[in-house]
Design a protein around this ligand. Structure first.
Ligand code: MN
Length: 319
């Protein structure tokens, strides 16, 4: 059994200070927080003369790839380091293809905010809204001189993980950090536009189609959207475009239960649910899924109209 230890931000800064070479691991399916954290940390540590490399088990694509410094991220591992750091990873499997490699190292450190268990030798775990907030404090402890680039990458993680300062993890500390990063030159307008406004024309056309056939039940308390594989194929998109569609349904004023049903194989459907004062986890558990009280998911097999009918019936038990 490996020994693991929880350490503070100050102790983390000390630990990092003692190392000359550091490997940072972003999680698989990278997001703005893991990459923003890795890049900001690497820029800061390079100012202290450290050798730092960033690894992620897959190439950076899409919106994230429009940020120039994501090219610092390697998808093939190389080298030997004094310290191996898992960034924004709630468990060792989040390191993806590099999990075994990571786990076999002696000097490991987790920097994370998901409230998971200790899986590294050192574990810097704080329940902040984003890992970037922890990284920001570590860099402050190390007396790094902040510049606009570091501020921009820190802002990227903060802004994306808080859902543009709107989800329930957003608090005064996240706003305070933003207020400190903006005078440092964080390009908040570019980040806002890129992550929360920019959309491919065909993706917007798919949204238009999906919205035009929105269904409502129980006097508008249940609002349902659906996406067939043929819709996605016709617009030349991939299945990631269904992420977030459920918010449209949830935004309807009368909605207590928002549902997005998207095809996931032949006669199989992925269901994403959001609730407003309504326990959607219970509904999803009925179908073998789960999640949070107000945000859950499940997968249902069957013919499309049968799947819809079952969903409407089960929601009807409690609405
Ligand atoms: Mn995160």
């Amino acid at each position: 059994m490996k020994s693991t230890k929880k350490i503070t931000i100050e102790q983390t800064a000390q630990q990092i200070k003692q190392c000359n070479s550091i490997a940072l691991f972003a999680h698989t399916n990278p997001d703005g927080d893991t990459l923003g954290s890795c890049i900001a940390l690497s820029l800061g540590l390079k100012k202290l003369g450290k050798t730092v490399e960033i690894f992620c088990d897959q190439p950076i694509t899409g919106k994230l790839a429009t940020f120039e410094l994501t090219k610092l991220v390697h998808s093939e591992f190389f080298g030997k380091y004094d310290l191996y750091v898992a960034v924004d990873c709630g468990d060792v499997f989040r390191v993806g293809e590099f999990s075994c490699l990571y786990d076999s190292q002696k000097e490991t450190l987790t920097i994370d905010h998901h409230g998971g268990a200790c899986f590294s030798k050192y574990n810097c775990l704080y329940q902040y809204a984003s890992t970037c907030q922890i990284v920001y404090e570590i860099l402050k402890c190390l007396d790094i001189e902040f510049d606009a680039t570091i501020a921009t990458y820190l802002y990227m993680g903060l802004c994306t993980d808080t859902g543009n300062f709107s989800n329930s993890s957003t608090d005064a500390d996240s706003h305070k950090m933003a207020s400190e990063l903006i005078p440092l030159g964080a390009d908040f307008q570019y980040i806002n536009r890129t992550f929360f406004r920019d959309i491919e024309l065909n993706e917007l056309k798919l949204h238009a189609r999906v919205l035009s056939r929105m269904r409502t039940y129980y006097d508008g308390q249940m609002v349902l959207l659906y996406v067939h594989q043929s819709d996605i194929d016709e617009f030349g998109l991939d299945n990631t475009v269904t992420t977030g569609l459920v918010h449209y349904a949830n935004d309807v004023v009368t909605a207590k239960v928002a549902v997005c049903v998207s095809q996931d194989g032949e006669n199989a459907y992925k269901v994403s649910m959001r609730g407003k004062n309504f326990n959607v986890r219970e509904v999803c558990q009925y179908f073998g899924g789960g999640g949070h009280l107000l945000a859950s998911g499940c997968r249902i097999c069957g013919y499309f109209e049968d799947v819809i009918e079952q969903l409407v019936r089960v929601v009807g038990f409690t609405i």
